[in-house]
Design a protein. Structure first.
Length: 264
């Protein structure tokens, strides 16, 4: 049994779940000597605490090594693949089928710490300068697709792009989807028709009545997911230069959350 140095470190049971999902070393050449468990612990530590890469404690491998694997797995889509695999296990754990019949979509405006990269903008309605995070989640609030774009991006366009990208990369994930819950920002026949043409799912708008606070049915599920992501300080702002790295951070944070859920 390996002792956990930090609360974000993987337990033995959690490591047993994620280890088979980590790409093996390439055959030939010098054998891999880096401890992949310590690499994962370093990544989860950074996401949880929000520190900079060069400030990783010495308990982990050198920060360039940890960052190398984080970016390599991002480029190869490993974080998203791990997210898909663990999400299926979480659904089975509560007696649900691996693939959902319902999806919920929403977007969040998030500030950035300066003009990072070329993808940023200003959302006039929310008065937020930064980026827009769009999420597709299931009825448990587990992420199916994360999309990060400029702050003034259309939420409807972002949602359709997320569905389209899933159809291109993981079409089986959407085979059972028959219903999509959205808020009033997605209302309109054009959006509903677009979703129907892509996956033959009906869009149901959950409307708010009046201006006072209301606990809208089903809509709170995706809001809770945004709350889960706020537990990880690296996502408190948009610190990343590239939006695809921010998307990988969302998948990695959800990976950590699901690992803990699967072993408790």
């Amino acid at each position: 049994m390996t002792d956990k140095v930090y609360p974000s470190d993987l337990s033995d049971a959690e490591w047993a779940l994620i280890q088979p999902l980590i790409p093996p070393a390439k055959p030939g050449g010098h054998p891999r000597t880096t401890d992949m468990r310590r690499v994962c612990n370093g990544i989860f530590y950074l996401l949880k605490t929000g520190c900079q890469w060069q400030y990783l404690p010495k308990d982990f491998p050198p920060s360039p090594t940890v960052y190398y694997y984080y970016r390599k797995w991002q480029r190869k889509g490993v974080w998203e693949s791990i997210n898909h695999a663990l999400r299926g296990l979480c659904r089975q754990q509560v007696g649900k089928s691996v693939q959902p019949s319902v999806l919920i979509v929403d977007a969040q405006s998030i500030k950035n710490d300066g003009k990072k990269g070329e993808v940023f903008g200003f959302h006039g309605g929310k008065r937020v300068k930064g980026r827009c995070r769009g999420l597709l989640v299931d009825s448990l609030g587990l992420v199916y697709k994360a999309m990060v774009a400029e702050g003034n991006a259309s939420e409807r366009t972002l949602a359709k792009a997320a569905v389209m990208e899933l159809l291109e990369t993981q079409p089986k994930l959407l085979e059972r989807v028959k219903l999509m819950w959205v808020d009033a920002g997605y209302r309109g026949e054009v959006f509903g028709l677009g979703i129907w043409l892509m996956i033959q799912a009906t869009v149901e708008v959950i409307k708010r009545e009046g201006r006072e606070f209301q606990m809208l049915p089903k809509r709170w599920i995706v809001e809770r997911t945004f709350g889960w992501l706020n537990w990880y300080r690296r996502l408190s702002k948009e610190y990343e230069k590239f939006p695809e790295v921010s998307e990988a951070a969302i998948y990695a944070c959800m990976t950590r959350l699901m690992l803990r859920r699967l072993v408790t």
